[in-house]
Design a protein around this ligand. Structure first.
Ligand SMILES: NC(=O)C1=CN([C@@H]2O[C@H](COP(=O)(O)OP(=O)(O)OC[C@H]3O[C@@H](n4cnc5c(N)ncnc54)[C@H](OP(=O)(O)O)[C@@H]3O)[C@@H](O)[C@H]2O)C=CC1
Ligand SMILES: CC(=O)[C@@H](O)[C@H](O)COP(=O)(O)O
Ligand SMILES: [Mn+2]
Length: 379
C-alpha cells in the first residue's frame, strides 16, 4: 500500500488525484491533505478518505475543520503546518498540487524527509530548480512529473540513453486566444481568458496558458527535470492536445506520447510508476480524430514565451523573478486591475529592472521572489 499526501487537495489537480486514489483503494492510502481556504471541501475529503492529518491556510479555517472532524484527524494550519504535513508522517509520495512558488519550501521539506515527489507545481522548479534537484539527488528521492508534457517526455525517455537524445518538443494548445492576433487581444475579458479549449484547470494556469507563460514555465521545468540545454527544448502549437510532447533521438527517430487531454493519466502514472494501472477515463481513438494539426510557434505573437527562454538562459534568480512577477500580474488581471496584455508588460518591466544572482541559496531565492512581487505590484 503506497501512502500519499496531497498539498492542494481542493484544486483541479488535487481533486483529480483523490479520484485516482478512489479508483485504486487496494494500492493507495491517504496520509495527509493540505488546502487553502476551501474548508467545506477539505472536510468532505477528510471524512471520505480519512487521512491522519490535514492543513488549512488560516487559523479560522483550521478551527472550523477541527469542529467538524473526528479527533483522530489532526488539523494543522498555515505555512508551518504545510511544511510539517509535507515533511512528517508516513507518506511515500507527496503530490505537490499547490499553485505558485509557495510550494517551494514544503517541497524541499518533503524531499529532506525522503518522500518521493509527484510534481504538479511547476513554479517550484522555475523558482529554484537547482536547489530542488540537488536535494532530490542527495536524498535519493524521485521527482516524478505530473505536468502532462513532462509526463509524456518522461515516458518517451524510459530506457533510453540521455546521450542519444537530440532534443524534446513540448506541445502547446495555444490557449484561449490562439486564433487571435495581438490587436484582437485588446480588452479581452477575464471570462474569455478563462475559457481553455481543451483542459479544465485552475484559474492561474489557464491564464498562463493564454499568455503562453505556461509553456515558458514548462520549458524551464523540463530543463531541470531532464537536464537539457535550452537549445534542446522546443515548443510547437498543437491545437488538439493529443500528442502531449515528444523526444527526437540522434538517429532521427521521434517518440511521442499520445492520449486524450485528461490529467488522471499523468497523475496516476506519477503515483504508480514504474507500474501502469487501469484507468476508467476515456480511450483515444485516432480514427475518430482523423487528423492532428500543428503550427510553428510565433515568438512575436507569444512574447511571454520568448521572455521565459531569456530568463532561463540568464539563469540564477532570473527565473525566480520571472515566475513571481507573473504570479502577481496574473492575480492582478484576475482581479480586474490590469488588462490581459499588461501581464506581458509587467513581466518585461520587472525583468528589465533586475540583475540576476548566480547560484542563489534559499535565502537569496526568497528575497528575489519578494522583490519581484513588490515590483510587479507597484507597476
Ligand atoms: N490543473 C491542471 O490540470 C494542471 C496544473 N498544473 C500545476 O499544478 C498546480 C496546481 O494547479 P491547479 O490544480 O490547476 O490549481 P488550483 O487553483 O485549482 O488549486 C490550487 C490548490 O492550492 C491550494 N492552496 C492555495 N493556497 C494555499 C495555501 N496557502 N496553503 C495550502 N494550499 C493552498 C488551493 O486550496 P483552496 O482552493 O482550498 O484555497 C487548491 O487546493 C499549479 O502549479 C499548476 O501549474 C500542472 C499541470 C496541469
Ligand atoms: C494539462 C497540462 O499539463 C497543462 O499544463 C496544459 O498543458 C495546458 O495547456 P497549454 O499550455 O498547452 O494550453
Ligand atoms: Mn502542462
Amino acid at each position: 500500500m503506497k501512502k500519499i499526501t496531497i498539498l492542494g487537495s481542493t484544486g483541479s489537480v488535487g481533486t483529480q488525484t483523490l479520484e485516482v486514489l478512489s479508483q485504486h483503494p487496494e494500492r493507495f492510502e491517504l496520509d495527509g491533505l493540505a488546502a487553502g481556504g476551501n474548508v467545506s471541501l477539505l472536510i468532505q475529503q477528510a471524512l471520505r478518505f480519512r487521512p491522519k492529518r490535514v492543513c488549512l491556510a488560516t487559523e479560522e479555517a483550521a478551527r472550523e475543520a477541527r469542529a467538524a472532524l473526528p479527533t483522530g484527524i489532526e488539523v494543522l494550519q498555515g505555512e508551518d503546518g504545510l511544511v510539517e504535513i509535507a515533511g512528517s508522517g508516513d507518506a511515500d509520495t507527496v503530490v505537490t498540487a499547490i499553485m505558485g512558488s509557495r510550494g517551494l519550501v514544503p517541497t524541499l521539506a518533503a524531499i529532506e524527509a525522503g518522500r518521493n515527489i509527484a510534481l504538479a507545481n511547476k513554479e517550484t522548479l522555475v523558482t529554484a530548480g537547482h536547489l530542488v534537484m540537488e536535494a532530490a539527488k542527495r536524498k535519493g528521492v524521485s521527482i516524478l512529473p505530473v505536468d502532462s508534457e513532462h509526463s509524456a517526455i518522461f515516458q518517451c525517455l524510459n530506457g533510453e540513453r540521455r546521450e542519444d537524445v537530440r532534443g524534446i518538443t513540448l506541445t502547446a494548445s495555444g490557449g484561449s486566444f490562439r486564433d487571435r492576433t495581438r490587436e484582437q487581444l485588446q480588452g479581452v475579458t477575464v471570462e474569455e481568458a478563462l475559457s481553455h479549449p481543451n483542459w479544465s484547470m485552475g484559474a492561474k494556469i489557464t491564464i498562463d496558458s493564454a499568455t503562453m507563460v505556461n509553456k515558458g514555465l514548462e520549458v524551464i521545468e523540463a530543463r531541470w527535470l531532464f537536464g537539457l540545454d535550452y537549445d534542446q527544448i522546443g515548443v510547437l502549437i498543437h491545437p488538439e492536445s493529443i500528442i502531449h510532447s515528444y523526444v527526437e533521438f540522434k538517429d532521427n527517430s521521434i517518440v511521442a506520447q499520445l492520449g486524450l487531454p485528461d490529467m488522471s493519466v499523468p497523475i496516476q502514472y506519477a503515483l504508480s510508476y514504474p507500474e501502469r494501472l487501469g484507468n476508467a477515463s476515456g480511450r483515444l481513438s485516432l480514427a475518430e480524430y482523423g487528423k492532428l494539426t500543428f503550427r510553428e510557434m510565433d515568438f512575436d505573437r507569444f512574447r511571454c514565451l520568448a521572455l521565459a527562454y531569456e530568463s532561463g538562459r540568464l539563469g540564477g534568480t532570473a527565473t525566480t523573478v520571472f515566475n513571481a512577477a507573473n504570479e502577481v500580474a496574473v492575480d492582478r488581471f484576475l482581479r480586474g486591475e490590469i488588462e490581459f496584455l499588461a501581464i506581458e508588460t509587467v513581466l518585461e518591466k520587472v525583468m528589465e529592472k533586475y540583475e540576476p544572482i548566480a547560484n542563489p541559496g534559499l535565502e537569496a531565492i526568497i528575497e528575489a521572489d519578494l522583490w519581484a512581487r513588490r515590483t510587479a505590484t507597484s507597476l
